[in-house]
Ligand binder design. Structure first.
Ligand code: CDP
Length: 242
């Protein structure tokens, strides 16, 4: 069953947070398309910082150098120009890095560079700027808590590390990359710990977030649930003509 939005919203700002591989990207893209909103996956931005630092031979532990990279680089997300399974193109300073930002090296260092206050400040300002026009679904770890605390609707998607790892494994398999499942579980758990325990903007549900455990839910079921919540918000804000 597909639940359709009551009408096309204008200006809604929606935060979707959750741990690694909780399905935010797949769900978020479909959901945003249905409500005709822009979808911004902020993980791309942190991945871009990690990749740009690696490519410049900067040690992820060198905070001032990483912050300088975060403040300097130009990150663009554009409609997919190649049919190779990508949902969009990601460019750093004009160069296509769509798949490079998903590399093992980036997976290993992204949560390390994401702890830096200066990196977070640089990314948060850009994200708030993009959200200003409204009509956006923003995906991340700290969107409901820090980036867009006044969002109209906040979701927190969760699932067990095992289920998330299995999904990541299947995703990569579709691209012809066979991973070691136990390594994927370990890497996801490691990122969970780093993301939830950091001092600045840790991963956690906002107090007013709607948590959806996606362990046993399909993508469609999660999207349906989110649309039901959007409709509730829209009903509250709609005019009555009596
Ligand atoms: O796709 P996946 O769930 O593996 O991760 P992602 O959303 O691409 O994010 C990669 C990493 O960026 C996370 O593990 C966080 O360390 C960091 N990140 C963050 O700190 N804040 C955000 N708003 C988004 C991502």
């Amino acid at each position: 069953m597909t639940v359709y939005p009551l009408f096309i919203p204008t200006g809604l700002i929606i935060a979707v947070d959750g741990p690694a591989a909780s399905g935010k990207t797949t769900v978020g893209l479909r959901f945003a398309k249905l409500i005709r909103a822009i979808c911004l996956d902020t993980g791309i931005m942190y991945r871009a910082v990690a990749l740009a630092a690696l490519n410049s031979k900067i040690d992820p532990l060198d905070e001032p150098a990483v912050v300088e990279v975060a403040e300097r680089i130009n990150i663009q997300v554009k409609p997919a120009s190649v049919k190779d399974g990508r949902s969009y193109d990601v460019l750093i300073d004009g160069a296509d890095v769509t798949w490079e930002i998903r590399s093992d090296g980036v997976n290993r260092s992204v949560s390390e560079v994401s702890v830096y206050k200066g990196v977070r400040r640089a990314m948060t300002l850009r994200q708030q700027d993009i959200a200003r026009a409204g009509n956006i679904v923003m995906l991340g770890r700290d969107i409901g808590t820090v980036v867009l605390p006044d969002a109209d609707l906040k979701f927190y998607l969760n699932a067990s590390a095992e289920v998330r790892a299995q999904r990541r494994y299947e995703e990569e398999k579709k691209r012809g990359v066979i991973l070691d499942l136990s390594e994927v579980i370990a890497s996801i758990k490691h990122r969970d710990v780093l993301d939830s325990s950091r001092k600045h903007a840790p991963l956690k549900p906002a107090e007013d977030a709607i948590t959806i455990n996606t362990d046993t839910l399909s993508i469609e079921q999660v999207v349906d649930r989110m649309i039901v919540e959007v409709n509730t918000v829209l009903r509250k804000h709609s005019f009555t003509c009596d």
